[in-house]
Design a binder for this molecule. Structure first.
Ligand code: PLP
Length: 419
């Protein structure tokens, strides 16, 4: 039995070794319970000053001369993410473009490397942009997009993937943590299953980077992409990262032949000649200001490391699940996240037929900010860097009181433009 008293949550916070990390983030309202850091992470305190310095000094004073420093940002910030959060040795990760664009670049590169294979495999529950980008590539190249149908609350398994594979599959592209259920796939065994069929694998790490420990090198992953505005706290629309395993870098080519991917860029050669190494996966000029915020965000997590973050994250999701079982199950709310720790990311999905109305009630009446995902999911994001156990308690306590009183039924079922 979980101790459902608020004092128990406060006691867990009191012994939390990461409690002080919350001080490194802007918390504009102490009343508000923010549980959507898996969609847009909080602002690190250091970020505003770092941005101001780049604006005033590097841009304002240094002007074009600052490019001597800025040209290294994609690699420097990429390596910081790779080494601290992805289990990737330097030289394989860069920051550039958005996740959607990077997914396109790397998926196209993989398909070009398997020209006699005609199938792309993904999960029917994969993130929309991933499915659409792959759908577009399949349409343009007249390939088959094969969708795995996995059970709602469980991660894609190596057996699911193996069952969908044949000698015809060029590429398997999956999310490591499911954006709805929070289910965490097994990186190593799923990657091995794809390789056993001769396919390349491209992992989307958006809900995994900074949320769970990742071992790209040890798992022999081929390709990966992920965003930085969720658990890495880099701000709205911050650029994404991409990873290409070092021995593949010169076997593959991405389709956007831009000058930042050109060998000896400033020779301005007559024709495209892709640079060696990870550089060829870049296309155009980097968003310097936004990348400064990525660097500041990653530094906060790198200082404590993924082992400590994961330990707290597991304790937080365990606690939210236990409270949901004790309080919400009798109200018709089901836990939609795997209960096994090894198969769980850093958010908890709560399912209810009126999930949209419950979410609206929490935001407008209770100053609790989760988010809603179709068709019936309330996502409770508890990023370990700044979420407290009392935040979980307060959110679920307000949810149970509101639903028990039927308050959510006063909200319209019609969805807003952004959910
Ligand atoms: C958030 C997210 C994206 C976002 O892609 P953008 O190009 O940054 O809009 C892509 N894939 C997954 C799995 C995500 O969770």
């Amino acid at each position: 039995m979980t101790d459902t008293d608020r004092s128990h949550a406060a006691a867990l916070d009191a012994v939390d070794p990461l409690a002080a990390l919350r001080e490194e983030f802007v918390v504009a309202s102490e009343q508000q319970v923010y549980l959507d850091g898996n969609s847009l992470g909080r602002l690190p305190r250091a970020t505003a000053a770092r941005l101001a310095a780049v604006v005033h000094e590097d841009w304002g004073r240094g002007l074009v001369g600052s490019w001597h420093d800025w040209v290294d940002l994609a690699y420097r910030v990429g390596d910081a993410i790779g080494t601290a959060l992805l289990g990737a040795a330097p030289g394989q990760t860069v920051v550039a473009d958005s996740t959607s664009v990077n997914l396109y670049k790397l998926a196209a590169a993989a398909l070009d490397a398997r020209p006699d294979r005609r199938v792309i495999v993904t999960d029917s529950r994969n993130f929309p942009s991933d499915r659409y980008v792959l759908e577009g590539l399949a349409a343009a190249r007249r390939l088959e997009l094969r969708l795995l149908a996995t059970p709602t609350a469980e991660p894609v398994s190596a057996a699911d993937v193996a069952a969908a594979l044949s000698e015809d599959v060029a590429l398997v592209s999956l999310s490591l943590v499911d954006y709805c259920s929070g289910a965490l796939a097994d990186l190593q065994s799923v990657t091995a299953a794809a390789h056993a069929a001769g396919a390349l694998i491209l992992w989307d790490l958006c809900h995994a980077a900074g949320a769970v420990p990742i071992s790209l090198d040890d798992s022999k992953v081929d390709l990966a992409v992920g965003c930085t505005y969720k658990y890495l706290n880099a701000g709205p629309g911050a650029p994404a990262f991409l990873y290409v395993r070092d021995d593949l870098q010169e076997q593959l080519r991405q389709p956007i032949w831009g000058w930042f991917g050109q060998r000896e860029q400033f020779r301005m050669g007559a024709t495209y000649d892709p640079a060696p190494g990870i550089t060829r996966y870049l296309a155009g000029s980097p968003p310097v200001l936004a990348m400064t915020a990525v660097e500041a965000g990653v530094e906060v997590l790198a200082r404590v490391g993924m082992t400590a973050l994961r330990e707290k994250s597991v304790a937080l999701t365990d606690y939210v699940i236990a409270l949901a079982d004790a309080w919400l199950e009798p109200l018709g709310v089901a836990v939609g996240t795997p209960r096994a720790v090894a198969r769980r990311g850093a958010h908890v999905a709560l399912r209810h037929a009126d999930a949209w109305q419950i979410t609206q009630m929490l935001i407008t009446r209770y100053d609790v900010i989760p988010d809603f995902r179709e068709p019936d999911i309330i996502r409770i994001g508890v990023p370990p860097a700044y979420t407290r156990f009392v935040d979980g308690w307060d959110a679920l306590d307000r949810l149970r009181r509101g639903v028990a009183a039927g308050e959510h039924l006063t909200f319209a079922a019609e969805r807003a433009r952004v959910t």
